[in-house]
Write a protein that binds this ligand. Structure first.
Ligand code: PMP
Length: 323
């Protein structure tokens, strides 16, 4: 769908996958005026094809649009675009549980103009679909995370809460450092002291103290994950106590050493819920409990996956049936 200052959104089309032809001066190439969403279409046991909370993705899409000085997209256009694509690509939705059709809605600034003083007057909203397997190979194998003490993902007033490509462009170097140190993913810390845990490269983070769940608050520098929000609600349903509060890397280490922290996990659309087994950083590392997937981590994962695949009730009306 195209947007111009004169006509607003118009010219919706469903096209076979293929290259885009863009002028070398197109704004997105120079000033990274681009942002995206990520969600999945699931094939349930009874044959239905569904998405999970697409209205939440639509809302976050528009929060990002405002931060990027780009046009908002009506929620019904967002949801309808996904429905049309999934209906067309229905045979591409995998039948194996854990495999999905990944949907990537995104918007780019398409005006060919090198001036940096005002945002583009033309935009293109697109959605692509791609079958996807598990995010981490090995299923619920605990991941080993790397504390990023030299790089910062986001600072107050910046774009941390927005899902713009630029946040990820600046993150590759830290992710590479994580991998060079034998880790799976980077953990971002606050911009000022590199002490407070914020989130991971593509996931939010939760800490478990017995039957209490703790997760960093949405201060504007981390992405408000839809999985994070769903877990906060599921945890309340399960009678767990949940707290959104800052947590330092010192607290994380000490709570693991004393045994007070019983589990830690990462969560996101791609990885669902993945246990964190070990933490490393410049000053050494520690193991979370016995380094194995925790009981609550697995229970919450089962609950969430069960809702997505239709094997558990959906009390919050999160499932959006497409076919
Ligand atoms: N943080 C970051 C940086 C991410 O890229 C993602 C994935 N979108 C998440 C958190 C988790 O968000 P969600 O649960 O909406 O997928």
């Amino acid at each position: 769908v195209r947007w111009t200052a004169r006509d607003g959104w118009h010219d919706a089309r469903l096209k076979p996958y293929g290259p885009l032809v863009l002028d070398p001066a197109t704004a997105v190439f120079h000033y990274a005026q681009e942002f995206f969403e990520g969600l999945k279409a699931y094939r349930q046991g009874n044959g239905s094809i569904v998405t999970f909370r697409p209205d939440a993705n639509a809302a976050r899409f528009n929060v990002t649009a405002r931060r990027m000085a780009m046009p908002e997209l009506p929620e019904e256009t967002f949801v309808r675009s996904l429905e049309l694509l999934v209906q067309t690509d229905r045979d591409w939705v995998p039948t194996t549980e854990g495999h999905t059709l990944y949907l990537r809605p995104f918007m780019i600034a398409t005006q060919a103009a090198l001036g940096v003083n005002h945002p583009s007057d033309e935009y293109l909203y697109l959605v692509i679909a791609s079958p996807a397997g598990s995010y981490f190979t090995g299923g619920v194998k605990p991941v080993h995370v790397w504390l990023s003490q030299d790089y910062t993902r986001a600072a107050p007033g910046g774009t941390g809460f927005a899902k713009c490509g630029g946040n990820y462009a600046g993150a590759f170097v830290a992710q590479r450092e994580a991998v060079e140190n034998g880790c799976d993913q980077v953990v971002w810390l606050d911009a000022f002291e590199h002490r407070y845990v914020e989130e991971m490269g593509g996931m939010n983070i939760f800490f478990v103290y017995g039957d209490r769940l703790v997760t960093p608050p949405l201060t504007g520098t981390l992405l408000p994950g839809i999985t994070r929000d769903s877990i906060l609600k599921l945890a309340v349903d399960l009678g767990l106590e949940v707290t959104e509060r800052p947590i330092t890397t010192d607290e994380w280490r000490e709570a693991c050493e004393s045994g007070a922290m019983t589990e830690a996990f990462a969560c996101g659309t791609a990885a669902v819920i993945t246990p964190i087994g070990r933490v490393s950083g410049r000053d050494g590392g520690w193991t979370v409990a016995d380094g194995q997937p925790g009981e609550l981590t697995l229970r919450l994962r089962e609950e969430l996956v069960g809702i997505q695949y239709g094997t558990r009730p959906d009390p919050h009306d999160w499932i959006h049936k497409i076919l």
